[in-house]
Design a protein around this ligand. Structure first.
Ligand code: ZN
Length: 422
């Protein structure tokens, strides 16, 4: 059977398909490993593949949770490989949402305004296959143990789920007693955040405290191979990115460590971020549609790329599950909305409508995020990558979501749900 699929496969790209198919049959346990491969095959035919760069119409072969080949394939008769004809639909990498309050955020107008945990299907129906969770304003009635358990729950249901240590507060709430220790000792913790600066809800951290956290993130990343980023929540405060600008000028911490977010919350902050961009840090936009007068993430992507900035150093996240409050001058919340991962593809669509290439917009939620977070086998459609895939209609509605080779959404319907979802 193995030889038959190799014989009928006509690859247009260099592919590890032969290795992926032949290695499990070598050695004493060959039969068991081979069976595992054969029970998890998918052949996605006639896809318009965006890797995120355009690859044209291809078939994508998935074996054992990995993209085994991109090209033109015939499914051998009798093999337990499901064949799905996509008839020209868009096939893109599964999205990586690097800012989601997966246990729920909010609580900024009393405990009754705490947002419930995000349902599993809210990720998958938005095309998200990797979620990076965090705490926000409330690090007192919420905590790292709950966040870590939430990430593990998503992982058990089929996603890849990671998290930051900390939340708005400095010093950050942690599991092991230090942020650096959390990154080093806790499997899913990959960075520090969302640490709040220039915001009335922050703990008013000093410049030195922020530099120390950046150091902890960087060295924690070095010791583990994890992302090692300091994900900074930016508020509306006049100080804006002053701490970051100073740290880039005065310290040895690499620019890649600083990952400021909500940069499109007002025009002044976005302009400041654009000026800092050439220093080498990655800017993060929040996808949620803006209030009148605020910059739309889609317009910011267009402006960033048109300005000749590094196309690999721009990311977009959702603030999913987070409360999106509006405060009056006394710091009292006047109204709120709730973020959702679904805003990511909506913003990609608005960017495309604004003249941004689909590849450029898609990269902000796939390959650019994977690169910053050192997820080397995700965020791309390539032989050997994890089979995290989303199939989209021409208007970017999600048709199918596949994570680690497993179909979680089929024909727009979540076929895997959390135990308490209806
Ligand atoms: Zn935030």
């Amino acid at each position: 059977m193995v030889l038959s699929i190799l014989a009928t496969a006509s690859l247009r790209m260099e592919s590890p398909c032969r290795r992926a198919l032949s290695r499990p049959f070598e050695g004493a346990n060959a039969g068991v490993a081979g069976l595992a491969l054969m029970t998890s095959g998918l052949l996605l035919r006639n896809a318009d593949v965006w890797a995120p760069e355009p690859l044209g119409t291809n078939d994508v072969l998935i074996l054992g949770g990995v993209i085994a080949g991109i090209g033109s394939f015939d499914a051998p008769a009798g093999w337990p490989i499901e064949v799905i004809d996509l008839a020209g639909a868009i096939l893109a990498p599964g999205l990586i949402d690097a800012h989601t309050h997966l246990t729920g955020g909010g609580g900024e107008s009393g405990p009754e305004t705490k947002v419930p945990a995000v349902p599993f299907s809210a990720f998958t129906t938005a095309g998200v296959t990797t979620a990076i969770g965090l705490l926000g304003t409330d690090c007192r009635t919420r905590g790292m143990a709950e966040l870590l358990a939430g990430a593990r729950a998503l992982e058990r249901l089929g996603l890849t789920a990671l998290c930051y240590t900390g939340g708005y507060e400095v010093p950050p709430v942690t599991l092991t007693g230090s942020a650096r220790g959390d990154i080093v000792h806790v499997d899913r913790i990959v960075g520090i955040g969302e640490t709040a600066i220039s915001d009335h809800r922050s703990s008013q951290p000093t410049y030195d405290e922020i530099v120390r956290l950046a150091s902890d993130a960087h060295v924690g990343g070095l010791l583990t191979g994890k992302a090692g980023v300091l994900h900074l929540h930016l508020g509306d405060g006049e100080r804006g990115l002053a701490y970051v600008r100073r740290a880039l000028a005065e310290t040895e911490v690499p620019a890649r460590v600083f990952h400021p977010t909500h940069l499109n919350r007002n025009a002044r902050l976005w302009s400041e971020a654009l000026h800092l961009s050439p220093r080498g840090l990655t800017l993060d936009l929040t996808a949620f549609p803006p209030d009148p007068g605020e910059p739309d993430a889609a317009e910011c992507i267009a402006e960033y790329l048109a300005g000749g900035n590094d196309p690999e150093r721009l990311t977009m996240s959702s603030d999913g599950g987070g409360c999106l409050p509006v405060f009056d001058r006394d710091g009292v919340m006047t109204h709120m909305d709730v973020g959702a991962s679904a805003s990511l593809l909506q913003a990609v669509g608005r960017a495309r409508a604004n003249g941004v290439s689909f590849m450029g917009a898609l990269a902000t939620v796939t390959s650019n995020v994977a690169r910053l977070f050192r997820l080397h086998d995700r965020g791309q459609i390539a032989p050997g990558s994890r089979a995290d895939v989303v199939v989209l209609e021409s208007d970017l509605r999600v048709r199918t979501t596949i994570a680690n080779g497993r179909v979680l959404v089929r024909d727009g319907v979540a076929v895997v749900k959390g135990p308490f979802e209806r």
